[in-house]
Design a protein around this ligand. Structure first.
Ligand code: RP5
Length: 161
């Protein structure tokens, strides 16, 4: 079982790395590929179908500008697809709106602009539904983050250097 990360261009790789980093935190296997919905549509279709017929459990797709990649991936599979809007123009609002506005029946779960780490985390949470050990790891991660916040300076000390 693995999470498949696709992105529209090599220029997306720096941002999309966060998804792999989140998955690695929880020991989840992943694969990544650069495949544009516009530039190599046939190869994208074949890759997605091959992964679905293999051991893919969830897809993460990142794209900027017109950002059709996540929606096109979702059109080939009923496995969950998480879209990452990449900031390439207009502060990423173009990609965010494109990815989030899927037609009824073909959803893409969309995370914040450039927030590929959350995409990896959400994929982990989806996989964890039927894997108690993974759920425990994610809960521990949450607890650690919560404890770190509670250790921050309190009250007026918040503004101390
Ligand atoms: C999209 O266009 C890609 O996902 C990328 O974010 C953006 C720019 O791509 P390049 O022109 O840098 O290849 O398809």
């Amino acid at each position: 079982m693995k999470v498949v990360i696709v992105m529209g261009s090599s220029s997306d790789a720096k941002v999309m790395k966060g998804a792999a980093e989140a998955l690695e935190l929880f020991g989840i296997d992943w694969d990544a590929r650069i495949l544009s919905a516009h530039r190599v549509p046939e190869e994208l279709k074949k890759y997605v179908i091959d992964q679905v017929n293999g051991d893919a459990a969830c897809f993460i797709a990142g794209a900027g500008l017109a950002a059709h990649l996540p929606g096109v991936v979702a059109s080939y599979t009923s496995l969950p697809v998480i879209g990452v809007p990449i900031r390439a123009a207009f502060d990423g609002l173009d990609a965010l709106m494109s990815i989030v506005q899927m037609p009824k029946g073909v959803p893409v779960a969309t995370v914040g602009v450039n927030n590929s780490f959350n995409a990896g985390l959400l994929a982990a949470q989806i996989l964890a539904v039927h894997i108690p050990e993974l759920k425990e790891k994610i809960n521990n991660f949450r607890r650690e983050k919560a404890e770190a916040i509670l250790k921050e300076p309190q009250d007026r000390e918040v503004f101390n250097d």
